[in-house]
Design a protein around this ligand. Structure first.
Ligand code: TYM
Length: 344
């Protein structure tokens, strides 16, 4: 993995989540669940609530502060230990914004226009999108490369941004004749790297979908979870014995993948148990495993949220630790680029 791709770089894992709305089962299975699992392996783990990404679209200031805390609570409730990992919010470490500016001079405008997330979020009226929304991937590259991170666990939807991060690192190293930034490996693994909407199997489950029934929120109670699963769109056929049988059944495939990821099984293992059965039997079993896995997380999140001052303290300490890693890397970047540094 990264050790062989990036010899000479300390193995380091970085990932981030936007506090732009309540977090969903997609965020949990695609990202949060794996963040905790990666702790304590050989790599250092650095996890960030990316509040400066969130403001690329309008956020109510007080709501943003609360959601930043809530995202931090979700990290910890999912098992991220702020003693083992560095946990902080992006805006408290100025190296991210500074390095993003430097990368704005490396990245090309055409690269940004090609990003599908920009096209989706800017919509038809892209002239009216914030400049930050267009430049967003340069900030994301800065998040990662400010720590010279060698690996980034994310869901499938972030793959294109990670390719752009690799392009920026490659161009920087080439333009300045250095080996300063690693070529970061995406870690897109598990049965649920792309959790789909419960109402439409062709759309990603997203916190910004207008229909609350399309997603399971990490703050949903057991009744809401069971009800959303009961109402999830499916088809009338019985379940097949292997995943090949799900090829043209996106809704069914999504529910099987969710079950597999929650139960730490493979989709084929799940199907071998439910082969020949209909959704009348499968959905209650899925609701049971979802409630069993998510309820403790929801409860822990609420506990953390009872003490916002403690969350703020944890994020502040994390930001100091993060800055201690990022500042020397940023300084070296400035030196490479010829920016004069003479302050004591
Ligand atoms: P964001 O905040 O949209 O999502 C956070 C993480 O959750 C994953 N995810 C999903 N995985 C599976 N199925 C889904 N339906 C689903 N929805 C979301 C995302 O892939 C992501 O891993 N640009 C990033 C945040 C970011 C970042 C970074 C990530 C900023 N800087 C540096 C990694 C490294 C974003 O908008 O994620």
């Amino acid at each position: 993995m990264s050790e062989t791709t990036n010899p000479g770089f300390t193995p380091r894992i970085f990932s981030g989540i936007q506090p732009s709305g309540g977090l969903t089962l997609g965020n949990y299975l695609g990202a949060l669940k794996r963040f905790a699992a990666l702790q304590g392996e050989q790599s250092e783990t650095i996890y960030c609530v990316v509040d400066m990404h969130a403001i690329t679209v309008w956020q109510d200031p007080e709501a943003l502060r609360m959601r930043t805390r809530e995202a931090a609570a979700a990290f910890m409730a999912s098992g991220v230990d702020p003693a083992q990992s560095v946990l902080f919010n992006q805006s408290q470490v100025t190296a991210h914004a500074e390095l993003a500016w430097l990368f704005n001079t490396v990245a090309r405008v055409g690269w940004m226009y090609r990003m599908t997330q920009f096209k989706d979020k800017a919509g038809k009226n892209s002239e009216n999108a914030s400049l930050g929304l267009l430049a967003y991937p340069a900030l994301m590259a800065a998040d990662i490369l400010a720590y010279q991170a060698t690996a980034v666990p994310v869901g499938e939807d972030q793959k294109q941004h990670l390719e752009l991060t690799r392009d920026i690192a490659t161009k920087f190293n080439h333009d300045y004749g250095v080996n300063h930034f690693p070529i970061t490996e995406p870690l897109i693994e598990g049965a649920a790297t792309r959790v789909m909407s419960l109402r439409d199997g062709s759309k990603k489950m997203s916190k910004s979908d207008p229909s609350d029934a399309s997603r399971i929120n990490l703050t949903d109670n057991a009744d809401a979870i069971a009800q959303k699963i009961r109402k999830a769109r499916t088809d009338a056929d019985p379940l097949p014995g292997t995943v090949e049988g799900l090829r043209d059944r996106p809704e069914a495939r999504n529910l099987i993948n969710i079950f597999a990821a929650l139960a730490d099984e493979s989709p084929d293992q799940v199907l071998s148990r439910f082969e020949g059965q209909g959704f009348g039997a499968f959905k209650p079993a899925l609701a049971e495993v979802a409630v069993a896995k998510l309820s403790p997380i929801t409860a822990k999140m609420a506990e953390f949220m009872d003490d916002p001052a403690e969350i703020d303290r944890i994020l502040g300490t994390g930001a100091e630790r993060a800055a201690a890693i990022a500042t020397p890397i940023l300084d070296r970047t400035k030196d490479i680029m010829g920016l004069l540094r003479s302050r004591p």
